[in-house]
Design a protein around this ligand. Sequence first.
Ligand code: SAM
Ligand code: SF4
Length: 326
Amino acid sequence: MELVDSFGRRINYLRLSVTDRCNLRCRYCMPAQGVEKLTHGDILSYEELFRIARAAVAIGVEKIRVTGGEPLVRKGIVPFLARLAALPGLRQLVLTTNGLLLPEMAAELRRAGVQRLNISLDSLKPDTFRAITRTGDVTRVLAGIDAALAAGFPPPKINMVVMRGVNDDEVVEFARLTLEHPYTVRYIEYMPATREENWQRLCIPAGEILDRIAAVYGLEPVEKGTMAGPSRDYRIRGATGTIGVISAVSGHFCSECNRIRITATGMAKSCLFSDEGLDLKPFLGAVDQTPLEDALRRLVGCKPERHGMDAEKAEHKAFSMAKVGG
Ligand code: SAM
Ligand code: SF4
């Protein structure tokens, strides 16, 4: 079954946030004091999250990314992932993590059936990494990448949020990682989610990121699969891995959007930047799954053509990416 929105985009990808809590405090994602804690009653139970996932797959979703906050800090995450992995019709189960808990958890995540990991890593320099994450130790993330490979995961996608004057001096160095390692390095344009002061100064358009790499290395485009989403991918000639840019702010993004999102509190969102969502909680009690499926179809039917944000202005309220799942 295919799920298509009113602009002809095929929607086959669900980002499912399982918690808003996190063991880091990245400056672009949440305030230094963290996000206001939700109570247990606000957060969906695993059973409720599973029902949403099952309904989404029944109407055409083929790929689920489990995210957060930091998904690995929620107790019971591994059996939940194993349950998702066994959902008939689901073709890909992937997870986005900051990597801190991978040294302990990579092997059990692999056994649970997670197919691939995206690991966020914004700097290889311990001081810069700590400044961005406010508390983090980069050596833990690097150990997490090694643990993922040792557990048999395919080479991870490494997500780097690029910020002018903060970590942009490492753009070429991250690309260089792909010469010898089969990683996919994904450069993400900084998005003004928390509306930091002078955020416009921090944004570096994807085109500029690519130009900087192309000034040093020859790049060739890489074809992408049907569930790949809005990243534009390239390979440095002769490299083992690939690089990709996600131009969330500067454009080339919305027309290829294939996703919907569910927050940990059960709000369904058809666009990352929309201030409203559809509350799925009223549909979660019934044994019959049809009303939930219909609600998800309505959500897809209302998906806007594009977000109302550009590099000069942000037409949305400030929010924490940890609450929406990135
Ligand atoms: N805690 C996990 C992690 O950091 O990978 C998963 C959740 S995090 C909200 C998901 C992704 O959103 C991360 O790759 C993070 O870098 C990205 N993200 C968060 N805030 C962002 C922002 N303001 N601009 C661009 N990317 C952002
Ligand atoms: Fe936590 Fe991920 Fe947000 Fe960083 S980006 S604060 S790791 S949820």
